[in-house]
Design a protein around this ligand. Structure first.
Ligand SMILES: [Zn+2]
Length: 56
């Protein structure tokens, strides 16, 4: 059995609500998965699609 560490690269989408500006994260998701569907803000319940992908 190996004693080396293991690593896994996680993709995380940082989402800011268009209504309350609350932040939440969606992990292991692609841009295609994020597009064309509505997401509900966990803070205020505001439901909208992602309007803009900001370059990091
Ligand atoms: Zn919100």
């Amino acid at each position: 059995m190996s004693t080396e560490h293991t690593a896994y690269i996680e993709t995380l989408a940082h989402v800011n609500c268009g209504e309350c500006d609350g932040y939440w994260g969606l992990s292991d998701i692609t841009k295609a998965d994020l597009s064309g569907t509505e997401w509900s803000c966990p803070h205020c319940g505001h439901s909208q699609p992602i309007g803009e992908f900001v370059e990091s």
